[in-house]
Design a protein around this ligand. Sequence first.
Ligand code: UD1
Length: 417
Amino acid sequence: MSRLHIVGGNKISGEVKIQGAKNSVLPILAATLLIKGKCVLRNCPKLSDVESAVEILRYMGCTVTFEDDVIIVDSQGAKNYDIPDILMRKMRSSIMFLGPVMGRFQKARLCFPGGCELGPRPIDIHINAFREMGIKVIERHGCINCNTTEKTSSREITLPFPSVGATENIMMFACTLKGKTVIENAAKEPEIEDLQNFLNKMGAKIHGAGSGHIVIYGGRELFGAEYKIMPDRIVASTYMSAAAITGGELYLKDVVPSHLSAVLSIFEKAGCHIKKGRDYIYFKAPEKLKNVKTIMTMPYPGFPTDSNPVIAASLIKAKGTSVIIETIFQNRFKYTSELSRLGANIKIDSRVCVIEGVEKLYGAKVEATDLRGGAALVVAALGAEGETYIDNVFYIDRGYENIEKVLKSLGGQIERI
Ligand code: UD1
């Protein structure tokens, strides 16, 4: 099993191209099941979560190739409508296959893994929405069986919370039902707009993604499409955090600055200098960051929960006290006990994290507790004196393509051993 070895102290500076978005490519891969033909997806990041989604597609009978950053899915031969437990457990967000599988086969069987490293991850919003769309759902022995004879839909579904995955699942299934489906209180994340653009390229008619009101005119003939995945805003926020804690200067290429507004405004409060272009961000951190009084994670366009850990890590050495309030995931702060091993002064009370800035951090042996928590350890280790060893790197590999290679190219002393 590999671990990361980091010697902190170097500034993270230079030019970095941001990889394609994990949270965009995953639902788009699932959506390829909606047609019987070929889709070509560009700018796909090489991540273990993406490999897991590819494995699910292959299990279902699709032919998939993944070379460089291009995935080609031929879903002509898809025949299986179940996803075995072992594949479901590899990637907890595999629930997003439910909508496309139902759209393709009018039946589906999948096991759900229950809780995840961020706390319980219920799927009640997905299931209730599917029931409203005429799907019969039976939950038994940790698995769900679904079937439907419904061919038309003229429904308005109001989500109790703007769940990203539920919004995507409904959009994908609704494409296959004749009539108009409206989603109210839909999630507004940019990845949903990316999915809409892809589905529309396949011949669907959807508008409103990016707002809380999405309209899907279903039942149209769908065909294969070629599509370029949007850039990963969470990865961009991670590399900016690494530059922020080390007093570095970055030029981020292939980003959409408007997707990062909430994150950039926090960095500006911390004293960073930022310039934005159409598809780039220039980022310069001061020698020492200022504290940020309050950061509250919220659904988009609020501050993203996935950026909570890396921003927290960047603020450990800031002047004064910073507070982060987590409103999306119950167990988001598990990583903070590992940060304390590096010398961070962090206190957690339920969903509130109080960071008292410290003068110095010191290298230590730590373990990633989850994907973004693992990235937070990398950020902190780059800002620490001496050597850090990070175990459980497989968490980090779920969302970051070659993290050590990228950071090394930016001046970091980091290697995989
Ligand atoms: C997606 C992202 C994840 C991000 C999250 C929130 C992907 C692959 N993953 O996850 O990186 O952290 O959005 O921005 O895109 N909930 C329920 N019942 C449900 C569904 C969700 O109670 O049926 C709750 C969840 O437990 C959580 C909150 O709603 O507390 C947000 O979940 P959701 O927006 O669905 O996140 P995901 O789609 O799982």
